[in-house]
Design a protein around this ligand. Structure first.
Ligand code: NAD
Length: 403
């Protein structure tokens, strides 16, 4: 275990455009900007929020399905527990770093506070490429990672959830591993985003994407843009077509918006008249990508960001809107469904150009909100229906947006 100021040794490579892209430095800069608006806090207390409370770095060997043995690195960072137990997703991605995980853990602290969920901020990750791993490999990596973290996870201490390339199945493995280590206890609240049969909540899978829609809808009520007060016929471009991108696309479509572009890691598709989401899902299921769907134009992910549209929703990776492309963004509203998709320099450029950025810590807070509902249901041995979950989600996100 490391001290609070030792988070990772790997600083980011200087960027060609000389923009700082190190995720932890970016989050710290954003916090510095926000703290200018905070009054009445003692200096030492503010400093406490600038560094993670705890950072765990583990390394473990796994025997792969093909008989080889590989060593993996994993991280779990607890940023702050002032409001309650740590809460935050675990991501599996080849580019995971301890600094990125620490930055995302801090975002979780602010996110929970905005929607008044009684959790603190945490995040985890394992450096691996899920696309090259079998299901057996992923199960073994997950079990071993949870075992390494031991009692640093717990229903009242630190509670994981899904994130990039982790799913309900991953959460089921986390629950099962923890449950074996703690027999005879109600261990279901140790992880959220579980399958329904294991105590998951209805509405959790769609919560983040649906929440992005609820926040946007409320934002336009509170601060209407000139000539743009309703989502009906709004042209929406979404980067990413995973759990968040798909649910956001469905919610915006159901409100009458036109989804003009979507993307995955292999590229983007564009259709000005609007995409048929059922056809996109079917194509992705059959071909492993949405690229190549008939009657669509193929674009790069970069092209998608620069499309002429009303709402741009980055719902994939961080640092997508940077100093080198922000001046070319043509959307009127950027709705940050992904974590940290816009750099501080890009934020400045967009603000100067009058492009509104609705921030990640609000836009994607629907996920942690329904995770909290799942946790409450698990503790109380209750099961709420979708109507109740979504009504509660709507109330919290509308209140958070207003604030
Ligand atoms: P996911 O793994 O389900 O989907 C990720 C999507 O991003 C996939 O469509 C993938 O093809 C795409 N992608 C990967 N690399 C890309 C690239 N280089 N360019 C464009 N697209 C690329 O993940 P998710 O759960 O949908 O999470 C998406 C984002 O939302 C992440 O930033 C995550 O941190 C954030 N988020 C997720 C949740 C949640 O509840 N799942 C909650 C809060 C925030």
């Amino acid at each position: 275990m490391k001290g609070p100021n030792d988070v990772g040794s790997e600083a980011a490579e200087p960027d060609a455009a000389s923009e700082e892209l190190d995720p932890l430095l970016i989050i710290q800069e954003q916090f510095d900007r926000a703290r200018a608006h905070l009054t009445g806090f003692k200096r030492g207390l503010i400093e406490f929020f600038q560094v993670p409370k705890r950072s765990i770095s583990v390394c473990f060997p796994v025997e792969m399905e093909d008989g080889s043995v590989r060593t993996f690195h994993g991280y779990r960072v607890l940023h702050n527990r002032a409001l309650g137990p740590g809460k935050g997703g675990i991501r599996y991605h080849p580019e995971v770093t301890e600094r990125e995980v620490a930055a995302l853990a801090a975002l979780m602290t602010w996110k929970c506070a905005i929607v008044k969920v009684p959790f603190g901020g945490a995040k985890g990750g394992v450096v691996c490429d899920p696309k090259e791993l079998t299901e057996t490999d992923l199960r073994r990596i997950t079990r071993r990672f949870v075992h390494e973290l031991g009692d640093n996870l717990g229903p009242h201490t630190d509670i994981p959830a899904p994130d990039l390339y982790t799913t309900e199945q991953t959460m089921a493995w986390i629950f099962d591993t923890y449950d074996i280590l703690h027999p005879g206890e109600n261990n279901r609240p140790v992880v959220t985003g579980k399958p329904l049969d294991l105590g998951g909540s209805v509405g959790r899978r769609a919560a983040t994407g649906y929440g992005a829609f609820l926040v946007t809808e409320r934002y336009l009520e509170v601060a209407p843009l000139q000539d743009f007060t309703s989502l009906r016929n709004a042209r929406v471009a979404i980067q990413g077509f995973g759990q968040v991108g798909l649910a956001a696309a469905e919610a915006f479509r159901d409100a009458g918006a036109r989804i003009v572009a979507l993307s995955d890691s292999q590229g983007a598709i564009h259709r000005e008249e609007g995409l048929d989401l059922a056809a996109v899902v079917a194509h992705k299921r059959e071909h492993g990508t949405l690229v190549g769907l008939p009657e669509t134009r193929t674009l790069t992910n970069e092209d998608l960001l620069l499309l002429d549209c009303d709402i741009l929703i980055p719902a994939a990776l961080g640092n997508q809107i940077r100093a080198d492309n922000a001046a070319k963004i043509r959307a009127r509203l950027v709705v940050e469904a992904a974590n940290a998709p816009t750099t501080p320099a890009a934020d400045d450029i967009l603000r100067e150009r009058g492009v509104i950025v609705v921030p990640d810590i609000l836009v994607n807070a629907g996920g942690v909100t329904v995770s909290y509902f799942e946790w409450v249901q698990n503790i109380e041995n209750e099961e709420w229906d979708l109507e109740e979950v979504n009504a509660r989600l709507r109330r919290r996100l509308r209140r958070g947006t207003r604030q």
